[in-house]
Design a protein. Structure first.
Lengths: 490, 98, 487
């Protein structure tokens, strides 16, 4: 197995390997295997090689090196990268090359990480299977016929398949955690406001965060340390720093919430069993389990889809063919009368995929005159109720453990014709987005197939490090995260 | 909450607000899907929400302000770089009337 | 003859005097090359985010206080969604439910023979401006050219109640509002540059069989000068009356119509029907957070209320003894004039004389030179000294004008100017000695003068001529009054 991010950093700093070798290995792997997975939408080989050469020169000159020096990172193609095409998985941005870097890209560069390319995703982050990309679905490295989950499917698969040790995803309703569970990696959705959203192409601004994906919690922590912190370019980015955790030595005394409502929602037997053994392990470490209730959790999906779609209908209005992106060829006869209207609707018709249109329609409906109070308004109030449920639960417990997804990764094509069934795949993950809480998914077992199984820990606001510590202890003691898929061996 | 009727005319109006050109088939299909989704989300009607204030942001950040200080703008070539049509100084779009 | 009343409410969009845009650091300077004052934020690039300019909030609150409005503890941002090529995000960041200013009013100074009028305000809210669409018929392509330099410029939209009753009154309201904004320096109100734009909501109350009947409300857009407002309202009141007499349609019986003022044709025209424009789908902007307006901070801004036209008029007429008319004229000349005036009298100039100079020689010279008063070549302190010395009799009025012309073209101090054109200041010591002698000899007259009877000084002037036959009565009079009133 290839190096983790921290191992790459160490090997590079110690001179065991050059940054150029790290980059070439990575590019070589992409070259050889990506046809099977369809992860990369754009490979930034030139920039990566240039940066690696510069890093090698700086190490030879004994200049100081950043905390992720030499680490190859893949970035979900929903994050703006200067001079590197950023498609958002959409036809409408097929030729869009940003003029600015997202703040997280600035910070990765500051930390001397090397961005090797942009990964596939559900168009604009809208999907739970990565089947909604205009550039084709991503295959799950554990079973190429199955989905990776979404929308950060590419960012999960690229780590699971060992192309890179670290990737950046974005999570609006589970888009980091659900594919992390489906691909057998660790994915963290940070506390809302702890990582700058500047340069993340907005789907639902009030719900989403950028977060790290890696094989180990330790790598996620190293990335989070680089990514988190106030940014004066993002008004919603908090000045509250992430709290230090008290679980870095022992888990004795940890109070873990066990949500009663979660166990009535048709969880697969494999996931239920893996969660029971995770619970036993935690109890073995001295943690105690406390039943907690989230009475409004069952309304999470409804509230989430209304709010996310409402925000999306406005956030995606800018993709209209006027100032950037695809513009449909307006027919000559249209140029006189309502050529402008035709430019708008035909560019959007040609440039946006069916799921994006579906959510734009739902959101436009939920905000429109006569319906706004009953739909958008009511969902905003239910959101408050869900947040209060969590705040009450966290009076009695430090973290909440539950499944990340109700099922193992499903087969490609299985749910594409049933949008509502697809939405229900996010039933456990949307809650943390609605409440703004940190949540992590980590591998806790496998089916016989083998397909990975994930568990989710949700924490108090700004207690992201507690989640990472608990998973790190778990990974010290277990080896689920060390198993690798065999699909790419041939 | 009463059942909200979603027919092709609602879809047509909403699509026109959102500037989406839909074929008649798409309209019909989306009306069905929207009907299904809307009837699902109408379960929110069960919740007594009168005691909950709307929540627009999960963390209540306040007063994110910047000083009134000029920052560099983009060179015009960069501003127009991704534009589907421009004349070197302005974005070009089909005629804006009225 | 039909008895009817014109009912008008105005929405005034005022560009605030900030260096940078409402949500990004691009310059708001007028007249830059197209699309050179733009960045990812104001171009609406994917992923770019807005951050609020604190100066815009401050100017909005100052205006709200000056308009007697209430400032809420928290103000918030909403999105107004619609598609237009000068609106790159597909929505405008504006304020719907929690505007920065609630209510308020503006008093219109009473014209002769009229009652003063109080115009109530509904609210004032902040929003970002759109860019500019230029339609170029000659380009041959038929395309519109879009310049986004103006996109994101801070606007304060001040909405009045339908309290205005005539075109003339609407114009008076706008003049008074403009003056207020100029004196507070919250906006330059340059209408040619679009810093102040007006929409009007207009209808009629017509008496029909002793009952007041309201006609449908029409919104008129595109009013880019006070004259346009006046003409459009006059036109619209005739048009609406004719329409009502023809079809009898009342308010609520037809949808609200939007018309545009065609300045060339001097008529209003129905604007193209935008079928879905009515549904803006406002909702809280999830990229922005609420802004707290702390009570003590708001209070600290009240100090600027002394710059309101009403307060300045009172100060000039009450404390400084100008006539109401002169005070009004100076205030109408704008904040640079008031600043000039106040500095000139601080340098010793008499208020009435400085006011005359400002209204005559200075205004004329400034307009000949094409400069504003803050760039006027004779600094206010120099003018103040000149006026004081003319008043003290050191220079005759004619000499004063010569000196002013010299200062205007050559600069320098009053002394330098006098030397350069060879005017000898009169030796004041003999005059002073004479006046002191007179004051000592006439204590009763001095008391009378101090008691407010300046005309009593005549008695001493007669006495002066008995001591020195050559004494200039005007100079003696001025010096006597100066000495008596300064002790
Ligand atoms: Mg407005
Ligand atoms: Zn800008």
């Amino acid at each position: 197995m290839s190096r983790t991010a921290l191992e790459s950093r160490r090997a590079f700093a110690e001179g065991t390997v050059t940054a150029t070798e790290l980059v070439e290995t990575c590019l070589n792997t992409i070259e050889r295997h990506d046809a099977k997975l369809n992860v990369f939408l754009t490979v930034a080989d030139e920039q990566a090689r240039r940066q690696a050469a510069d890093l090698d020169r700086r190490r030879d000159a004994k200049e100081p090196l950043g905390p992720l020096a030499g680490v190859c990172v893949a970035v979900k193609d929903l994050i703006s990268t200067r001079d590197i095409r950023t498609t958002c998985g959409s036809r409408i941005l097929e030729k869009y090359t940003p003029v600015f870097d997202a703040t997280v890209i600035d910070r990765l560069k500051q930390a001397d990480a090397i961005v090797v390319g942009k990964t596939n995703l559900d168009e604009f982050g809208m999907g739970s299977s990565n089947e909604n990309s205009a550039y084709g679905r991503v295959a799950n490295p554990w079973d190429l016929d199955r989905v990776t989950g979404g929308s950060s499917g590419g960012a999960a698969a690229v780590v699971a398949a060992d192309f890179v040790p670290l990737s950046l995803g974005t999570d609006t309703g589970g888009s980091i955690r659900q594919p992390a569970a489906f691909c057998g990696v660790v994915g963290l959705k940070p506390t809302y406001g702890s990582v700058s959203r500047y340069g993340m192409v907005a789907y639902a601004s009030s719900l989403e965060q950028i977060g790290p994906m890696a094989r180990t919690a330790a790598d996620c922590r190293a990335a989070l340390d680089v990514l988190a912190g106030h940014d004066d370019k993002d008004s919603t980015c908090s000045r509250t720093p992430l709290k230090d955790s008290s679980w870095n030595q022992s888990l004795k005394g940890l109070r873990v919430g066990w949500v009663e409502e979660h166990w009535t929602d048709g969880i697969s037997e494999g996931i239920a069993a893996a969660l029971r053994s995770t619970r036993e392990w935690l109890e073995g470490q001295g943690a105690t389990f406390v039943p907690v209730s989230l009475p409004h959790a069952r309304y999470g999906i409804a509230a989430y889809y209304l709010l996310a779609s409402s925000e999306a209908s406005s956030n995606l209005a800018r993709f209209d063919g006027a100032h950037y992106g695809l513009r449909a060829n307006v027919k000559a006869e249209g140029r006189s009368g309502n050529g402008l209207e035709q430019m708008y609707s035909q560019s959007r018709e040609a440039g946006l995929g069916p799921e994006v249109k579906r959510r734009i329609l739902l959101g436009t409906f939920a905000l429109s005159a006569g319906y706004a109070e009953a739909f958008y308004g009511k969902a905003s109030r239910v959101r408050r109720a869900i947040q209060q449920d969590f705040l009450e639960a966290f009076q009695d417990v430090d973290v909440i453990l539950g499944p990340t997804t109700p099922t193992e990764p499903f087969r490609a094509g299985e749910k594409v014709d049933d949008p509502l069934a697809m939405y229900l795949a996010d039933v456990f993950t949307v809650l943390a987005n609605l409440a703004g809480l940190p949540a992590i998914s980590f591998p806790v077992g496998f089916t016989e197939h083998p397909l990975p199984l994930g568990a989710q820990l949700i924490g108090r606001p700004f207690e992201d490090r507690a989640l990472l510590d608990i998973v790190e202890r778990f990974q010290d003691d277990t080896d689920w995260h060390l198993r690798r898929p065999s699909s790419l061996n041939s | 909450m009463s059942q909200t009727p979603i027919d092709a005319s609602v879809v047509k109006r909403v699509a026109s607000l959102a500037k989406l050109a839909l074929t008649a088939d798409e309209e019909l299909k989306l009306a069905g899907e929207l009907r299904q989704i809307v009837s699902y989300v109408e379960q929110l009607g069960e919740v007594d929400v009168t005691r909950f204030e709307p929540l627009a942001h999960p963390t209540e950040v306040l007063d994110s302000l910047r000083a009134d200080q000029q920052r560099p703008s983009l060179p015009v070539e960069e501003a127009l770089r991704n534009s589907p049509q421009h004349d070197g100084t302005c974005f070009l779009v089909p005629p804006v009337l009225g | 003859m039909v008895d009817y009343e014109l009912i008008v409410g105005l929405e005034v969009h005022v560009q605030l005097n900030t260096q940078t845009k409402l949500f990004c650091g691009c310059s708001t300077l007028f007249g830059q090359d197209p699309n050179t004052a733009t960045c990812p934020v104001c171009l609406g690039h994917p992923g770019a985010l807005p951050v609020l300019n604190e100066e815009a909030i401050r100017l909005a609150v100052v205006t709200g206080l000056a308009l007697n409005g209430s400032i809420p503890p928290v103000t918030r941002w909403d999105r107004k969604n619609y598609f237009y090529p000068d609106l790159p995000k597909g929505y405008q960041i504006s304020q719907l439910d929690h505007p920065v200013v609630g209510g308020g009013y503006l008093d219109l100074p009473a014209a002769e023979g009229q009652e003063p009028r109080r115009i109530r305000l509904t609210r004032a809210h902040l929003e970002e401006d759109a860019g500019k669409s230029l339609h170029d018929e000659t380009s041959g392509t038929g395309d519109s050219r879009i310049d986004l330099n103006r996109a994101g410029t801070p606007l304060l939209e001040i909405v009045s109640e339908p309290d205005l009753r005539s075109a003339a009154e609407a114009k008076q309201y706008l003049s008074e509002l403009k003056l207020l904004l100029e004196h507070l320096q919250v906006s330059d109100c340059n209408m040619e540059q679009g810093s102040l734009r007006v929409d009007a909501n207009v209808n009629l109350h017509v008496m029909v069989d002793g009952e007041r009947v309201a006609t449908p409300i029409v919104e008129i857009k595109n009013l880019n000068s006070f004259r346009a407002v006046e003409r459009a309202l006059e036109y619209e009141s005739q048009r609406q009356l004719a329409a009502f007499l023809a079809d009898g349609k009342r308010i609520g019986q037809v949808p609200k119509q939007t018309r545009g003022w065609d300045d060339a044709a001097q008529i209003t025209r129905v604007q193209r029907e935008k079928e879905e424009s009515a549904d803006y789908r406002y909702f809280p902007d999830p990229d922005l957070v609420p802004i707290q307006l702390a009570a003590d901070w708001v209070e600290s801004l009240r100090a600027r209320m002394s710059h309101r036209p009403a307060e300045i008029r009172q100060r000039l007429a009450g404390d400084l003894g100008l006539s109401d008319y002169d005070a009004g004229v100076l205030v109408a000349m704008g904040p640079a004039c008031i600043a000039y005036f106040e500095q000139a009298i601080a340098a010793g100039g008499d208020a009435k004389r400085v006011s005359n100079w400002l209204q005559q020689d200075i205004t004329r010279s400034a307009s000949e030179l094409g400069v504003t008063l803050d760039q006027f070549p004779v600094p206010p302190a120099v003018l103040g000294e000149l006026v004081a010395r003319i008043g003290a009799g050191e220079f005759t009025t004619a000499q004063g004008k010569d000196l002013f012309q010299h200062l205007l073209s050559q600069g320098g101090s009053v002394g330098e100017a006098a030397e350069a054109i060879g005017i000898e200041a009169v030796d004041e010591s003999a005059l002073d000695e004479l006046c002191q002698q007179l004051i000592a000899a006439h204590p009763q007259v001095v008391d009378d003068i101090r008691g407010g009877k300046a005309q009593a000084v005549g008695a001493m002037i007669g006495a002066a001529r008995k001591i020195d036959r050559n004494a200039d009565p005007g100079k003696v009079r001025a010096r006597l009054l100066e000495l008596i009133q300064s002790t």
